[in-house]
Design a protein around this ligand. Structure first.
Ligand code: ACO
Length: 328
């Protein structure tokens, strides 16, 4: 069919919050954060910068990288759990901000697995009789708005950022699709493990919910850690099996950048620690944006070439998890 990624971009906010800064905010230490998570610093968006601003900036860079104009886009999907508003969707705001014309716009909400969910949806809709030709897939988060900055067990983990991709179907049967194989899963029985309890229809905002910080991330850290490793390893193995390939065929492995120890555990179980791309030390967990930022860094630094196989894997609230084998 010829569905390929033809452009990538990212937006990283200027402000850096490092572990020394956090030591002044909560009872923690650089040593604890680095040892337990591998994170040294994260970027925090300015108060006036919303998720759609980060997304639009990344999208403009991806369009420039692809060498196409915004009016050539016929669908925008934004993966986010930090939408600008409950409605309208962030994708429609991005459409207006980048100057795209009439096109399909919607958001996906699958937390840190969201970008892979969005790629899955985009590919399916491009390959279907709907025949979307050029699609912007974006992962964008302002996680700093969901963080309880007095909770040391979560505030050290997250950062803000966005990444965008232009997908094109050139309908050339000689060009293999970027999407080789995938597994995209969820298990709602552990939905309470990672949750922002208030602000939705189950617990609308009240003075009490604000006072009790119910609009912030609540997380069972150790259990999440355990499920993250199990789910990502199993999804990666299944995807490789579906493709009839082995870990040795992979050029780069991009696990969701949540915690260095989770990444190491997954990479060691798959036997490919030397193939793993890492930037969790510089950005922390940017949820939907995390794998996308890695891919854009690899692309722009010339570390990937056409035909390379990239194995991406993620997990997040839901619990959701996914793995995807991409041919560059
Ligand atoms: N600084 C110092 N001490 C801390 C900190 C901190 N920042 N945070 C927790 N501690 C303490 C705890 O209070 C606890 O102390 P205690 O033993 O006296 O009670 C001790 O450190 C150990 O706490 P644990 O939670 O057992 O520490 P753990 O080694 O599991 O590391 C962590 C915690 C980093 C959160 C880890 O569990 C983890 O990374 N889990 C996965 C989190 C994750 O990836 N979430 C994804 C969310 S993405 C999404 O979908 C939104």
């Amino acid at each position: 069919m010829g569905i390929r990624i033809i452009g990538t971009g990212r937006c990283i906010p200027d402000k850096i919050l490092n572990n020394d800064d956090l030591e002044r905010m909560v009872d923690t230490s650089d040593e604890w954060i680095v040892t337990r998570t591998g994170i040294k610093e994260r970027h925090i968006a300015a108060p006036e910068q919303s998720t759609s601003d980060l997304a639009a900036e990344a999208a403009k860079k991806a369009l420039e990288n692809a060498g196409i104009t915004p009016d050539m886009i016929d669908m925008i999907i934004v993966s986010t759990i930090t939408a600008d508003h409950v409605f309208p969707c962030t994708a429609a705001l991005v459409q207006q901000k980048i100057g795209a014309k009439k096109c399909t716009c919607f958001d996906t909400s699958a937390a840190c697995s969201g970008l892979l969910y969005a790629f899955n949806a985009a590919y399916g809709m491009m390959a279907s009789p709907l025949k979307y030709k050029r699609v912007l897939v974006i992962g964008a988060e302002k996680m700093s708005t969901l963080v309880d900055w007095s909770d040391r067990s979560t505030c050290v983990l997250f950062g803000d950022g966005a990444a965008a991709f232009v997908l094109e179907n050139d309908e050339n049967p000689d060009n293999p699709d970027f999407y080789v194989a995938g597994e995209v899963m969820a298990d709602g029985s552990v939905a309470d493990l990672l949750i922002v309890p208030a602000g939705g229809s189950a617990m609308p905002a009240t003075h009490e919910t604000v006072e009790n910080k119910m609009h912030c991330i609540k997380m069972g850290g150790p259990k999440t850690f355990q499920l993250a490793v199990i789910s990502m390893v199993s999804a990666c193995r299944n995807v490789l099996e579906k493709a009839g390939l082995s870990p040795e065929d992979v050029v780069w492995a991009i696990p969701h950048q949540a915690n260095r120890r989770i990444i190491d555990a997954v990479a060691n179980k798959l036997g490919i620690p030397e193939k793993v791309y890492l930037n969790v030390d510089r950005y922390g967990n940017t949820s939907s944006a995390s794998i996308g930022i890695c891919l854009d860094e690899l692309n722009r630094s010339g570390k990937i070439k056409r035909g390379d196989l990239i194995l991406a894997a993620s997990f997040g609230a839901g619990l959701t998890w996914a793995a995807m084998l991409i041919r560059w």
